[in-house]
Design a protein around this ligand. Structure first.
Ligand code: FES
Length: 287
């Protein structure tokens, strides 16, 4: 498990990726009163006795059911940021705005590592190609709150090289797409191998398949989608699914904050909910 570093009550605390704030506090002997939390049960955040304030987030959060992780607000506090093969103007404008805030309001150094053109070129104090990575060590080492940003396309070897650059640097992996963090929590990471699949059933991928629907060897492709795109036209069957404004549930933002989504309008009659489509298919398969 990857180590994470947090500052709690002004002191550095360490935990593991996926730990709740309460778990990190317990591991670092920081007492947080709690009542409904029990290590054998799933935390629901019911009693609110463990509420804590988290920098960059509004209001108070239950420590037992809030994942402790680096947030985009940490970027704004950093004095040296290394961006590895990510173009935040294209991939994540929220994180990108925190980088610009750190550079122009706090005087942070930006190190940009990329083998191609990047819209952050003009903001960087040091511009490197990926095989010059080690030249970033000195600048990172001099910083007090260094942070390294990369995305899910970085290989394990690249992530290892990045983490070896500076021991005290926070490592921040960005995942693209709205609610991608919610999917990750369900164990859906988009890294499945479809090689050899005879048929594909693709769900909830309006953004995910943009520009990259590859049927591989699949003879038959079913797509549940809300928009008609050139990619969607490659599918054999399209099952229309509701737009975000036509359904309810939750969305997990890039800081792992879970927010309720309320339905604003009803979908047209011919558009079934995702649950109804799955259930109808399951019933058909069962018979
Ligand atoms: S212990 Fe009850 S909400 Fe956290």
């Amino acid at each position: 498990m990857a180590e994470i570093k947090l500052t709690i009550n002004g002191k550095e605390a360490t935990g593991e990726k996926g730990d709740s704030v309460l778990k990190v506090c317990e591991k670092n002997d920081i007492y947080v009163p709690n009542l409904c939390h029990h290590r054998s049960l799933t935390d629901t955040g019911a009693c609110r006795l463990c509420l804590v304030e988290i920098e960059g987030q509004r209001g108070y959060r239950p420590a037992c059911s809030t994942e402790a992780n680096d947030t985009t607000a940490d970027i704004g506090q950093s004095d040296c940021i290394l961006m590895f093969k990510v173009d935040l103007d294209k991939q994540n404008r929220v994180a990108g705005s925190f980088v610009k805030l750190a550079v122009y309001q706090k005087g942070a150094n930006l190190i940009l590592v990329d083998d191609g053109k990047n819209s952050f070129d003009r903001h960087a104090v040091l511009r490197l190609s990926s095989d010059e990575l080690n030249k970033a060590k000195e600048l990172l080492g001099r910083a007090s709150k260094p942070i390294i940003i990369y995305d899910t396309s970085a290989t394990d070897q690249e992530v290892e090289k990045l983490s070896n650059l500076c021991e005290k640097a926070k490592m921040m992996e960005l995942v693209a797409g709205s609610n991608a963090k919610g999917l990750l929590k369900l164990g859906i990471n988009g890294k499945g191998d479809i090689k050899g699949a005879k048929a594909l059933y693709i769900l909830a991928c309006d953004e995910g398949i943009s520009g990259k629907l590859d049927r591989g060897s699949a003879e038959f492709v079913v797509l549940q989608a809300s928009y008609m795109t050139p990619e969607a036209e490659k599918a054999d069957i399209i099952l229309p699914s509701p737009l975000w404004s036509e359904k309810e549930g939750s969305i997990t933002n890039i800081d792992n904050l879970v927010q309720k989504v309320a339905r604003i309008v009803d979908p047209p009659e011919y558009v079934w909910s995702n649950e109804k489509i799955i259930k109808a298919l399951a019933d058909k398969i069962a018979h």
